[in-house]
Design a protein. Structure first.
Length: 233
């Protein structure tokens, strides 16, 4: 299965990288996420991103907001906010927060317990060459239960942290190679991944593979696929 998946990803990369009609799409539009690691940048003012679920909007050149509309279909309200604290020609620092609320009733019709998840994070990007950038991010997650818990030994809240780092290499004005590594302290698992990002004038496509080994669950090798439109309103 892994061999077939790897072959399929490589084949798609070759097909898209050889597309002669592709136009450059990264000029003055730094990426806001590496493979999964947040970068220090935000969307430009007036820019939209619309994907299969995730959407975002650049309120200013330093502030973006977003949500995932697919999660609302599963009765999971969610929102995210990202703020660029500082940026220069070679680096950027940003902070953000992810919010969501879900009920265990969507998994178990007899369980009405619900949780609110508050996840602030910080991310830093630094250029280490004309074509290469590194990204470092740390996230703190707080899980709070909205249900009354009778058992004195049960906990109504829990904490989790994760750290990750990534490398972004600009092969051309329309192709970037990405690699990420991270550790999730909540699930006690290492995560590795690599992929490629194609950027046309409005359309973007991300293809990659990620490995994750949460404690007590086992190893997973999963495709990383993303497609979205990035354009000015």
């Amino acid at each position: 299965m892994k061999t077939i998946l790897t072959f399929g990803v490589v084949f798609l990369l070759l097909v898209f990288s050889s597309t002669v009609f592709a136009q450059e799409g990264f000029a003055n539009r730094p990426i806001t996420n590496n493979l999964w690691t947040p970068t220090g940048y935000t969307l430009n003012k007036g820019e939209f991103t619309v994907g299969i679920g995730p959407i975002g909007f650049g309120v200013t050149d330093n502030v973006q907001v977003g949500t995932n509309v697919l999660l609302f279909l599963f009765q999971v309200p969610n929102a995210n906010l990202k703020f660029n604290v500082s940026k220069s020609s070679t680096s950027a620092f940003g902070v953000g927060v992810d919010l969501l609320h879900f009920s265990l009733d969507i998994f178990d019709g007899n369980n009405d317990e619900s949780f609110t998840v508050f996840s602030p994070y910080a991310s830093f990007t630094n250029n280490i060459g004309d074509k290469t950038s590194v990204h470092i991010s740390g996230q703190y997650s707080f899980f709070a239960s909205d249900a009354d818990i009778d058992d004195a030994e049960a906990e109504s809240s829990s904490l989790g942290t994760s750290v990750s780092g990534g490398i972004e290499y600009s092969f051309s004005g329309k192709t970037k190679f990405l690699a990420d590594i991270g550790y999730d302290a909540t699930f006690e698992g290492l995560r590795l991944g690599g992929g490629v990002l194609f950027g046309w004038t409005k359309f973007r496509l991300k293809l990659g593979v990620a490995y994750f080994n949460p404690a007590g669950v086992g190893d997973f090798t999963l495709p990383q696929i993303g497609l979205w439109w990035r354009f000015r309103g």
